[in-house]
Ligand binder design. Structure first.
Ligand SMILES: [Zn+2]
Length: 394
């Protein structure tokens, strides 16, 4: 059934001539057209290309899927099915020269009503806005936490150094604090923040003890979603060294820059505190493991998590965002899950040191990292859900 209608230029309903579709990926303008009766219409293919979705045209039905939710329109009729319930439209969905058009009302009213967690329509600005961070909330909340996460996520938090390995000496830290003290303090706060968000946490250490680098990753096995290692950066004395400050997040891969290699060497130094007792140099194994991991999707996942951590840390940290970096960190090689290492700031800078050792600073970092973890897990769930959905015949 194909309805062919002449388009008229004048919109009689006061609808805008174009709308802007705004998503975390960018903005797209979509023209609003009118049917013969002046009812404003939107091209469904343009809409789904802007929002990410699909349009499937059947003989009598058109199915528009957005946010993994299917709207089934009866062609030429002012009705559609959503969640097995029939809904009314002001005008029929039309097929005009092979393009499906849905009434403008679908954008302005139906989407913001039925997928309110995800879309809102701003009439004054003629903007359909997809909200970031609300991605999963659009799904039915059955069996999910208030933040949209599934239950049962497990994250390993690794407080860098400990015991006889103090980490860096914390040049500008007060009260004789050293790196191992700050990493432990923030890790404990991060544990609390993650628990508050419904995520189960396993700690590599909760006291001032040394855990071998090669064993830390073993705390994150198949059931574990992520491995997070927290550290504090420092620089050797040289001209201007104490001016350098900021936070950066690493994922395991071959070092791209000399500075990244330096940070990895420094953090890998901790092996010298371990009684390995033989000539096996675990550091030599890193090249091999890195190559192995490069074939691994965990690399991409780790990079994404690192990006989210940097983004959220950027909103609270007093120092500059030094970006996502990659290097061969031994502590990350043994985790067979996405793994990142956060250098939360420089103990060789006064301002960073103040932030790193203050209670508000530590709390805000823990909260920012926890937020990033939840965002990451939501994205990950959405991807795996989409993969599961596409494997199911409709
Ligand atoms: Zn460290």
């Amino acid at each position: 059934m194909i309805a062919v209608l002449a388009m008229v230029a004048v919109l009689t309903s006061g609808a805008p001539r174009t709308i802007t579709v705004s998503t975390p990926q960018g903005e797209q303008r979509i023209p609003v057209r009118a049917d013969r009766g002046g009812v404003p219409l939107i091209s469904a293919p343009l809409l789904v290309s802007a929002l990410g979705g699909t349009v499937t045209v059947g003989e009598t039905w058109v199915e528009v899927t957005l946010a993994q939710q299917a709207f089934r329109f009866l062609l030429g009729s002012p009705v559609y099915l959503f969640n097995n319930q029939v809904q009314a439209l002001a005008a029929p969905v039309l097929l005009i020269r092979d393009t499906v058009y849905v009434p403008f009302q679908f954008i302005a009213e139906a989407l913001p009503t039925f997928l309110a967690e995800r879309y809102r329509y701003d009439r004054r600005g003629a903007r359909l806005v997809e909200e970031r961070g609300r991605l999963l909330a659009a799904r039915p909340a059955v069996g999910r936490l208030a933040n949209g996460l599934r239950r049962g996520h497990l994250v390993t938090v690794d407080a860098g150094h400990g015991g006889v390995d103090p980490g860096n000496p914390g040049m500008f830290f007060p009260r004789g604090l050293r790196e191992k003290d700050v990493t432990l303090a923030v890790s404990m706060l991060l544990r609390d923040e993650l628990r508050r968000r419904g995520v189960t946490v396993r700690m590599t250490r909760t006291t001032d003890t040394l855990i071998a680098l090669g064993e830390r990753g073993a705390y994150c096995t198949e059931k574990c979603d992520l491995f997070l290692s927290l550290h504090v950066n420092s620089l050797p004395r040289r001209r201007g060294f104490s001016d350098i400050r900021g936070f950066e997040t690493y994922f395991l891969a071959e070092a791209r820059t000399e500075d990244a290699a330096r940070v990895a060497r420094m953090e890998n130094e901790a092996v010298r505190f371990e009684n390995i007792g033989d000539e096996a140099t675990p550091l030599g194994a890193i090249d091999f493991i890195v190559k192995d991991l490069q074939l691994n999707e965990h690399l991409r996942e780790s990079a994404r998590l690192a990006e989210l951590v940097q983004g959220d840390m950027g909103q609270i940290h007093t120092g500059p965002d030094l970006g996502v970096k990659q290097a061969g960190f031994m502590v990350l090689t043994t985790a067979r899950r996405p793994a990142i290492l956060v250098e939360m700031g420089y103990s060789t800078n006064r301002d960073d040191s103040k932030f790193l050792t203050s209670t508000p600073g530590q709390r805000s970092m823990a909260s920012a990292i926890a937020d990033a973890v939840v965002e990451y897990l939501l994205e990950y769930e959405r991807k795996t859900d989409a993969a599961a959905d596409s494997g199911t015949a409709r």
